[in-house]
Design a protein around this ligand. Structure first.
Ligand code: SAM
Length: 278
């Protein structure tokens, strides 16, 4: 029996290649074709587009991305056991899939991509946040990022001020990208099921960041403010040096406010005042 793409169903691929899921590699495979298809549609039409996929595993999402029309798909997989099943996918989609047996944290994407690409990935949870930060810092290379995270991380990326999930990841992601939560996926959809619900988030890099600010300074101000998130800003920002209350006043921020009450715009204003006083 084969699927629509002429390849065997994923469960058979996993069994015939003996792909027992490795916990240390964050392996939870998504076998539901409705869901892989739905993820592959998040960026919009992929016809003629270049896509980077991290962690293709046995190739479920990979097949959905190719079936959605991606012209060129570069997939980075650390687990050598997945190379044989992925070679079968590459053969079925003549020349459109290139698989690299690399660690996604270490690769230099600029050497791989000659044009702007979409990133689509069901990310290994243990490296999801460092990968997102790496891509945000090089966001000009990407048209969109459709990424699956554990729900708690998805909540942090999309959080609004005055919520528990709002913090560094919300501010940096939303400052640099238009961020939208797409949908949640139950643990039951995966083999083996993870302990938590997953969330698909779409990030579209902004041409220019939403408000003027310098990334390293903004990161430092945000990290310092949220390092003591229960304290008022006049206290939590003291370690940055300078006349804290005067700096807050210059940025138009009430010094008794706490980190989670400031919008992305207010954090940018504040970091600009620190930058000018350096
Ligand atoms: N894409 C498949 C799916 O949706 O069923 C598998 C997703 S699974 C959550 C994560 C995949 O990332 C695994 O195949 C794992 O081997 C791979 N992986 C883990 N760490 C990696 C790394 N540092 N670089 C590249 N791939 C990695």
């Amino acid at each position: 029996m084969t699927d629509e793409d002429g390849l065997p169903p994923l469960r058979d691929v996993i069994n015939s290649y003996g792909l027992r899921a490795e916990k240390s590699l964050g392996q939870n495979f998504l076998l539901d074709l409705n869901l892989t298809g739905r993820i592959a549609r998040c960026p919009g039409s992929l016809v003629g587009e270049t896509v980077l996929e991290i962690g293709p595993g046995p190739g479920g999402l990979t097949r959905a991305i190719l079936a959605a029309g991606a012209e060129k798909l570069i997939a980075i997989e650390k687990d050598t056991r997945c190379l044989a099943p992925l070679a079968d996918v590459a053969a079925a989609y003549d020349g459109r899939l290139t698989v690299l047996n690399e660690d996604a944290l270490k690769i230099d994407e600029s050497a791989l991509l000659s044009e702007k690409a979409h990133i689509i990935a069901n990310l290994p949870y243990n490296v999801a946040t460092p990968l997102l930060i790496k891509w945000l810092k090089n966001r000009e290379r990407y048209k969109s990022m459709t990424l699956m995270f554990q729900k708690e991380v998805g909540d942090r990326i999309t959080a609004e001020p005055r919520t528990k999930a709002y913090g560094r990841l919300s501010i940096i992601s939303q400052w640099l990208c238009r961020v939208t939560r797409q949908f949640d996926i139950s643990p039951k959809a995966f083999t083996p099921p993870p302990k938590v619900t997953s969330t698909v988030v779409k990030l579209i890099p902004r041409e220019t960041p939403e408000f003027p600010a310098d990334l390293p300074i903004l990161e430092k101000v945000v990290a310092t403010a949220f390092g003591q998130r229960r304290k008022m800003l006049r206290a939590s920002l003291k370690s940055l040096g300078g006349p804290t209350e005067e700096i807050l006043a210059e940025a138009g921020i009430i010094p008794t406010q706490r980190a989670e009450e400031l919008s992305v715009e207010e954090f940018c204003r504040l970091s600009e005042v620190y930058r000018k006083r350096q």
